[in-house]
Structures are given as structure tokens and as C-alpha cells.
Design a protein around this ligand. Structure first.
Ligand code: ADP
Ligand code: MG
Length: 223
């Protein structure tokens, strides 16, 4: 049996602000992902997918429950320790990409190297990834000059840059045509064949069919 990379135990997330209604975005969600496994969580808009991904990635403290990544209890770590674990172990492809608008494609992909003191080889690594995604000719372009599919691939290249063990992808095919969606899904599948773990959340039934394991989220609960 392979090692568990991500373990989500009884996680709930309630968004509360005084004078506003509490939103119960996640309720008692539990599952785990092993090394080499491609897990898909499918659900309609508003079902809690992005919330789940951010909680899994160490970016959003759950209201209840526990998240373990590579054997560490994520939210028992100090913020600094958690940031280090994220930098070394976790790559995230955000729903809205979050590319830096004033950095070009190459600089965006190299960005995760700032988490490490030794940045030699960073340019070479970034160019290899950009070549893999057919983006090398665009390396000195800015995000605003790219198509949505190109931005999606830049954001995937950046997530892979630090050679994570766990890749979290939020609707990574959401804005793409078939061909670009295929490139992205093939890349995620290839990542798991090389021993990585993937958690992809999506509303698309078609994209959901490409994982090893499918969970369905409805109103914050796995069904
Ligand atoms: P999905 O990604 O599946 O569309 P989200 O995780 O973005 O779902 O949202 C789940 C629910 O939580 C939705 O009802 C959404 O409106 C609500 N929500 C998300 N973020 C916040 C927030 N910061 N404050 C209050 N409610 C939120
Ligand atoms: Mg979402």
C-alpha cells in the first residue's frame, strides 16, 4: 500500500461574520489520497469545492477537523512551518490563476524558487516546463497578452515548478476548449504516474471521468 499524502478528517468550514448569515461551506468531509492517486471531487457551483481545496492546501483554516499532509497536521504547524511545507510539497492551480500581472511568463513560473535559498538552475527548470506546455515562445509575454488556455498552462507550470508531491487543481479545465483541457488532464495524469498525488475539483462531469477515484460534493457534504 502506498503512503497517504493527504488526509482530510471530519473537516467543516463555516464562514461567519457578525451581522451576516453563517455559510456552512463544508460539513464533516473526510477522505484520503495516496501517493500516485488522482482524486476528483465533482460538484455544482457553490458546493464547497474551492473551500475544500484551500483548506487542503493550508491556505484556509477549517472550523473543525484535521488536515494532514505528508504526515504533518497542517493547522497545528506555525504559519512559517506551514508555508515551508506548502512551498516544498504542494502545488496549487487556482481557479482564477492568480498570475502576477507585472511579471512575464518566465518570471511567473520561476516565482516559487523564491522559497528556496539556492536558485541556481531555476531558469533552466522554468524553461523545461514552458517547453513541455508549448509556451517557450511566449516566455517574455505578460499574462494579459495570453489566451485563457495559455494562462491556465502557465499557472500549471508554476504549480509544478518546486516538484511538489501534491498538486491541487481548482477547475483546471473550466475555461478551456477540448484540446487545451486534454493537455491539462494528460499532464495531471502523468504527474500521478510519476508518483505524485492530485486533488482536482471540478463541476464538469467530463473532466471528472479522468481520475482514479471520484467523490461527489453537494452543499458541503460528500454524497
Ligand atoms: P464552489 O467552488 O464549489 O463553487 P465555494 O467553496 O467557492 O464553492 O463556496 C461554497 C459556499 O461558500 C458558497 O455558498 C459560497 O457563497 C460560500 N463562500 C465562499 N467563500 C466565502 C466567504 N469568504 N465568505 C462567505 N461565504 C463564502
Ligand atoms: Mg470554486
Amino acid at each position: 500500500m502506498s503512503a497517504v499524502m493527504l488526509k482530510i478528517s471530519q473537516v467543516s468550514k463555516h464562514y461567519r461574520r457578525e451581522s451576516r448569515n453563517t455559510v456552512r461551506a463544508l460539513e464533516g468531509v473526510s477522505f484520503e489520497i495516496s501517493a500516485g492517486e488522482f482524486m476528483v471531487v465533482q460538484g455544482p457551483s457553490g458546493s464547497g469545492k474551492t473551500t475544500l481545496l484551500l483548506v487542503a492546501g493550508g491556505l484556509l483554516v477549517p472550523s473543525l477537523g484535521r488536515v494532514e499532509c505528508a504526515g504533518s497536521d497542517l493547522y497545528a504547524l506555525t504559519p512559517g512551518e506551514r508555508a515551508r511545507l506548502r512551498a516544498n510539497r504542494i502545488g496549487i492551480v487556482f481557479q482564477q490563476f492568480h498570475l502576477i500581472s507585472y511579471l512575464n511568463v518566465l518570471e511567473n513560473v520561476i516565482l516559487p524558487s523564491l522559497a528556496h535559498s539556492d536558485t541556481s538552475g531555476a531558469g533552466k527548470r522554468a524553461r523545461e516546463l514552458l517547453e513541455q506546455f508549448n509556451l517557450l515562445p511566449r516566455c517574455d509575454h505578460y499574462p494579459s497578452e495570453l489566451s485563457t488556455g495559455e494562462r491556465q498552462r502557465v499557472s500549471l507550470a508554476r504549480a509544478l515548478f518546486n516538484r511538489p508531491n501534491l498538486l491541487l487543481a481548482d477547475e483546471p479545465t473550466g475555461n478551456l476548449d477540448r484540446e487545451n483541457a486534454r493537455i491539462v488532464l494528460d499532464c495531471l495524469a502523468g504527474f500521478t504516474r510519476a508518483g505524485g498525488s492530485v486533488l482536482m475539483v471540478t463541476h464538469s462531469r467530463e473532466a471528472a471521468s479522468c481520475g482514479d477515484c471520484l467523490l461527489v460534493l453537494e452543499e458541503g457534504k460528500l454524497v
